[in-house]
Ligand binder design. Structure first.
Ligand code: PMM
Length: 266
């Protein structure tokens, strides 16, 4: 389980809650106490339509929190599209770079990851949040995401990153609408066939709101989607995902435990 610490004023589900560095560190340690194996620290919201924060501000948000959490013994990943932020975060103790652009947003990212030897999450990505909704066009979403992710994996390995250190992620909600997200979750086997560990990051996302919407079409707020998130976590565990990335750890910890118990009984 990867627990999320968004050191942002504007993330879609918890923007502002952990913007203060001390609160962010405490939240990260609470996630670890609740069972998170990894804490993912990010300083830039990637919600649809979001514009970018500047690099100095992202560094200011992320680096002290990474440093404190790593010093306290947490296993830390950094959620960033910028090589400079990844570099400083690794120096501060992060062991995994989680780049939602899979190295596409910053040409210095892949060489930096290769040089540091950090683990690398390569997510399926078609462009920045500001206009990604317009890129949610697919004939066969599973086939296209698998092909594009394989191409990205090969490019990253070709540029020197150890393939054994790469984790793949379908990028739920990134240039995808609810139907696309559900179709990908229904075919995690096709993504696993790429041969690398799989990260599933469904937590509180809009497609869950759509599934849960009442007859009036009203979507429950993001913070009321944790039970739905846990249901996805159980399915992801059952389908052999390497990790799930979640805002609230406890419901997912329980769901994964039940999935494992059922597996052990078969
Ligand atoms: N989604 C968000 C942020 N980071 N990282 C990965 N690897 N995969 C994702 O789908 C992903 C991510 C969306 O924002 P949030 O931090 O508010 O969940």
């Amino acid at each position: 389980m990867m627990g999320v610490v968004n050191v942002t004023p504007d993330s879609f589900s918890d923007g502002g809650l952990w913007f203060d560095p001390e609160r962010a560190v405490k939240h990260g340690l609470d996630l670890v106490a609740a069972g998170a194996d990894l804490v993912d620290v990010g300083g830039e919201s990637t919600r649809p339509g979001a514009s970018r924060v500047d690099e100095a501000e992202e560094l200011r948000r992320v680096v002290p929190v990474v440093r404190e959490l790593a010093a306290a013994g947490a296993v830390v990943s950094v959620d960033t599209m910028r090589a400079a932020v990844a570099e400083r975060a690794v120096e501060a103790g992060a062991v995994l770079v989680n780049d939602v652009s899979g190295g596409l947003a910053d040409p210095r990212m892949v060489p930096l990851v290769a040089a540091t030897g950090a683990a690398f999450v390569v997510m399926h990505w078609r462009g920045h949040s500001i206009d990604m909704v317009s890129r949610a066009r697919y004939g066969d979403v599973v086939g296209e995401v698998v092909t594009e992710l394989r191409q990205r994996f090969e490019a990253v390995v070709g540029a020197g990153v150890d393939p054994e250190r790469i984790v793949l992620d379908p990028g739920l909600g990134f240039a995808k609408d609810a139907e696309h997200d559900l179709a990908l979750l229904a075919r995690l086997d096709a993504l696993r066939a790429l041969g690398r560990p799989l990260l599933v990051a469904a937590s509180r996302k809009r497609f869950l709101g759509r599934v849960l919407a009442g007859g009036d079409g009203h979507l429950p707020p993001a913070r009321e989607r944790d039970a739905a998130t846990a249901a996805v976590s159980a399915i992801a565990a059952r389908e052999g995902a390497w990790a799930v990335r979640v805002h609230q750890v406890r419901p997912t910890a329980d769901a994964v435990r039940v999935a494992r118990a059922i597996e052990a009984a078969t």
